[in-house]
Design a protein around this ligand. Sequence first.
Ligand code: BG6
Length: 506
Amino acid sequence: MEKFILVIFGASGDLAWRKLMPALYTLHQQKLLPETFKMLGVGRKTINDDAFRKKTAEGLNQFVPKEQYSDDEVRKFITNIHFHSMDTSNVNDYAGLKERLKELSESLVCDANYLFYYATPPTMYTVITHHLQAHNLTCQESGWKRVIIEKPYGHDLASAVELTKELSQAFAEDQIYRIDHYLGKETVQNILVTRFSNSIFEPLWNHNYIKYVEITSSEDLGVGSRAGYYDSTGAMRDMVQNHLLQLLAIVAMEPPAKAHGDAIRDEMVKVFHSLRPIKEEEVPQYVVRGQYTESKIHGELVKGYRQEDGIAPNSKTETYMAMVCYIDNWRWSGVPFYIRTGKRLPTRVTEIVIHFKENPHRIFAQKDGLTDAGNQLIIRIQPDEGLVLKVGMKVPGAGFQVDKVGLDFHYSSLTNHYIPQAYERLLCDCIQGDSTLFQRNDAVEATWNFVQPIINALNNPRKFPVYGYPAGTWGPERADQLLAKDGFEWRYPCKNLASNGVYCEL
Ligand code: BG6
């Protein structure tokens, strides 16, 4: 692997402290980085290398998984890291940055291979890009230059298009790595393997055998200390436009010809292009939005969204969103995909449920008296990562009653495998120049294009109401009707994957 310098803008922020530095350390610890490399933190703070190293070591102690942590390794690791104080909005300060990078690459005896990570507020993305370019720091004459852009990538379709236009003045598309950390999750990548390495699933993976698909990403926490960001963002922009649509694409895509590069990204973008457009006036029919209200959870009073610090008392920002979408192609004709996400729901869980159709002729009764229902494949992204296939089994004894039992696999049973964190995988891929798990420009624009009418409708609470839901519940009742009108119901996931999906103790 070539030596390189990782430059993190916003290095004293939360993302770098909690996610990026632990990911970089873990890669170093597993010997997935060159023996010598450099990381240069950039920020306004006037601190020297030693102070930055000390602070980083504290963060590593707190956020690196115990099995990967070692005092000795941390001591070695931090000798590679440095800090450069500057005002990133001032173009003149980039001369100093350039000089510092030159010294560091000379000390590494390597080409000027620079990976810039923008862990800053999005308003800085174009500013930093233009200033880097003004100092010739984006050109690839002597060493590669790459840039990782954090989400949110734009605020709507127009701003995403504009951002790409600005970035492309300095970087070619293959230098731009747009991150969606859901694609870095091991369990998300495993969806591809489940689908395309098992001959038993793929023949059934279409409208002939699948009745509907549910994608849930729920969180038990509220908005916490992110009021400023969240109140101008909401669940649609924070989770649906990016993470949930990525999950949908991976579940729905056609088999790619190869397992890397544009083969996968081409198939994902085709799914986005096949999403049936929802017109602005149709939004209330297909989409439900909600906001958590004050309630008692296990006897403790929990604030409503509008009572949270930094949130306007009349805020209409959605903390919950559920919707149904259709993919108008041969494979998925008529199959509804129900998506939901929310804060202050009963538990933190992300999972996908594939509901298979029932047998054409059902001869057995189910244990609770209902007729034998269809199979389900539950793909658990987090926590209790794994898979469950629910199959019918005869209840022992007289007659032919059927109960659903789960054939389950839990990642926790893999004792010899370390499961990398999302940022670890994505940083490692970018350092190696592999963009498979990063979003291409056409995909980002296609997802914004799909959600844009919904974003427009958010401004019209009279036509598109915001329903309250008590903190700690599964969202507004109106969201149940989205499925009920088609004769279905949501699964109620628990933190334990193998639960039977009815309301349970959390
Ligand atoms: C982030 C959102 O992108 O994803 C957060 O901004 C959300 O609001 C988080 O909590 C969820 O990520 P994960 O990996 O915890 O499911």
